[in-house]
Design a protein around this ligand. Sequence first.
Ligand SMILES: Nc1ncnc2c1ncn2[C@@H]1O[C@H](COP(=O)(O)OP(=O)(O)OP(=O)(O)O)[C@@H](O)[C@H]1O
Ligand SMILES: [Mg+2]
Length: 375
Amino acid sequence: MTKNPFKFGEIVDGDSFCNRTKEIARLKQAFTDSQNVVLISPRRWGKSSLVNESISRYKGKLLVSHTDCFGITSPEQFLEVYLKSVLKTESKLATVAKTVKEFLKNIAPYISFSVGESEEIKIGLSLPKGKFDDTEILTLPQRMAETKDIPFVVCVDEFQKIQEWPEGGKFLEKLRAVWQKHQNVSYCLYGSKRHLMSGIFNDSSKPFFRFGDTLFLEKISTNHWVKFIVDQFLGSGKKITEEVAILIVEGVRAHSYYVQYLCRLCWGNSEKVVTESIVRESFNQLLADMLSLFRAQTESLTRYQVNYLIAFISGERKMSSNRVIHHYQLGSPGNIKRIEKSLQDSEIMDFFTGVPELTEPYFEPLFRKHFIGNS
Ligand SMILES: Nc1ncnc2c1ncn2[C@@H]1O[C@H](COP(=O)(O)OP(=O)(O)OP(=O)(O)O)[C@@H](O)[C@H]1O
Ligand SMILES: [Mg+2]
């Protein structure tokens, strides 16, 4: 049986990866030059896949570690996870032992390592609170890169979380102070909260001001998607015209995750040819799949938030004007900022670019159906 070539919810690479050639070139250059990078985009537009794809073309020529701050709640926990990910770049137990002995003299007694069943190296850590020198841990990638004469890429995902931790601000200062001395490491910091990320890197009073080459990832353009979609269908024995592929991309507003999602449904729903009506049927299926998520997102909306969304989806943009406030019952002009902040915090809307947008492409059709009463 032929495999459905479309995938979502996981990192995509190789043939499943669409375009982004300019971004890949920029990241590759940064990684080999040990230039720091800041990568910012809303959720599921393709940060992880892009970083992975840029690195995968350099297998063996770069040392790479990944640390995800999602779920981490303190600097101590970060340091543990971070150290493990850096040590895991060593492929053999003997080299882990050597690295620990050489570069982590003070904390070596608190590290244990063994080989698991499938040959993977297991690292155990129990660092005594407040008694170890975090500089030793933070300097490790630089020491390893120097010794091996291979550039190190340290990836830290959801970096904006750090400032929420107790002592997070102080920890950011520490990170910056240590990291800026490293000549052979590229720190690739990324995150999905655009306003928070840009607050960290574009604010001159913050330690990470202008830390690296900052890349605001954009959506993949429709023509790149269309080519990708047509090729992926052809390669798996099915046909789709460019016009129908455009319908798919526009239906989900070129949002990476949902393009793959909708393509996957269309692929499953078609025999040999994807028609316009198959796209429509598949889109309805997507909406049905998203309904419980939509319900969860909207069940605790206040009356003001609902009214704001009705106004927005009805095409209004001058929210603070007397007419709109009165017609849609939005309270007072001062209320608008509060509503917008809450819609941004709950990730229903995004105001970052100055052109307000709904975050998820399923939201508008479902909102119309369930709150406005026309679809
Ligand atoms: N370049 C691409 N080509 C094709 N599909 C892509 C591409 N980038 C992302 N996608 C699709 O979008 C999904 C999400 O991508 P990815 O996990 O890389 O995004 P992310 O920005 O890291 O997401 P998150 O915010 O959840 O960490 C992938 O599973 C894939 O379906
Ligand atoms: Mg990711």
